[in-house]
Ligand binder design. Structure first.
Ligand code: EPU
Length: 337
């Protein structure tokens, strides 16, 4: 384990922002993690645990320690005729885990194909896409208390998973290092094609879903046609969260904007932030080195050479226009550092 100083982070965040960290270290095993916890560079500094860097925006140099998670390994813990329990270390790439399960014909995370980032980031924000959420299959999350080094396993309930949210983003922020997760998947076909864009794609292409790979392939196709590849153009997926409104507020808004799309979830209504941003005229617009993606307005992009501050300025302008036009408050999904 080697602690590096004044480390350039530009290759470690999908926005491709150039920022430096006072200290940087890669962790390959649980033993190394224990060694790290007692070092003064760790104990006496602010810390960020980094996975794929796909949900973070550096707005300045980081005056603390960045811990890059490289814990690897996936294993089947047990199975019966109907289900299978799989454990994955947190430094694995999320999509690699999806491929591992889809190839074997297990149902549960195929709708979450191609989500950038690591396995450890998945419970952090309860990743969700195309009608599925991690919370539907998560069994538990293994962690280490970074102050004491003691291992603690959180059950799904204890993780308090919500829309792009968990206990690890709130009351336990930065207190635990997520080392592994365990999922329970199904061996019996339980396809989830409820999401409109997915359903339309399957119908249009006359795809009859027989196995999880059929769904995975469809999701990959839709994502690639809408979302920019960070290897080509810097971005962090959705920059903002969708907006939740009460029924009365939705009715008022729809009286003014009858075309406003919305989804009902757990008794609350969600308005797609991408639609709000597009209605304010931002879709495809470029301001200096930064801009709004031309196929999905929820995604902000680095056209090259952008700073984190430029992106934050653009985000603020977008927040103001949406507030002025609709009276709704956009909240970033990306973590701003
Ligand atoms: N829409 C527009 N204009 C746009 C984008 C969206 O009008 O530029 C409207 C359309 O009506 C569309 C609706 O918004 O039908 C929903 O769009 P989409 O299916 O692309 O989903 P989303 O709500 O914009 C969420 C997630 C994505 C995830 C997709 C698919 C959030 C913040 N984002 O986006 O997650 O891939 O659903 O399930 O919940 C991410 O988190 O990085 C991410 C990409």
């Amino acid at each position: 384990m080697k602690i590096e100083k004044n480390y350039n982070l530009s290759k470690l965040n999908t926005f491709g922002i150039s920022a430096r960290a006072k200290f940087f270290v890669e962790i390959h095993s649980e033993d190394e993690l224990q060694e790290l916890f007692v070092l003064s560079e760790f104990k006496n500094n602010q810390k960020i645990f980094l996975g794929g860097g796909s949900n973070i925006l550096f707005t300045e140099d980081f005056n603390g320690i960045i811990v890059l998670n490289k814990l690897k390994g996936m294993e089947i813990l047990n199975e019966d005729a109907e289900s299978i329990v799989i454990r994955s270390m947190s430094g694995e790439n999320w999509h690699d885990l999806v491929v591992f399960t889809v190839r074997r014909g297990y149902w549960g995370i195929e709708n979450l194909s191609l989500i950038p980032g690591t396995v450890g980031a998945a419970p952090m924000q309860n990743i969700g896409a195309y009608g599925a959420e991690l919370k539907n299959v998560l069994e538990n999350v293994e962690t280490f208390d970074t102050a004491t080094g003691i291992k603690r396993i959180f059950s799904r309930e204890e993780c308090k998973l919500g829309y792009r949210d968990s206990i690890f983003k709130n009351e336990l922020k930065d207190k635990y290092f997520i080392s592994a997760i365990t999922l329970k998947l199904s061996k019996i076909g339980e396809k989830n094609t409820s999401y409109k864009a997915l359903q339309e794609h399957l119908e249009k292409n006359k795809i009859e879903v027989k196995n999880p790979k059929d769904i995975s392939d469809a999701v990959i196709f839709i994502r690639q046609s809408k979302l920019p590849d960070p290897k080509v153009i810097g971005n962090a997926g959705s920059f903002f969260k969708n907006v939740f409104v009460k029924k009365e507020q939705l009715q008022k808004l729809r009286a003014d904007y009858p075309d406003m799309p919305y989804f009902e979830e757990d008794g609350v209504n969600k308005i797609p932030a991408g639609w709000l941003i597009e209605q304010c005229g931002w879709k495809g617009r470029r301001v200096g080195n930064v801009g709004v993606h031309d196929k999905q307005a929820l995604v902000l992009v680095n056209h090259g050479g952008a700073t984190g501050t430029e992106l934050v300025k653009l985000a603020k302008k977008i927040i103001i226009s949406v507030k002025e036009k609709f009276g709704l408050e956009l909240v970033p999904e990306v973590n701003l550092i």
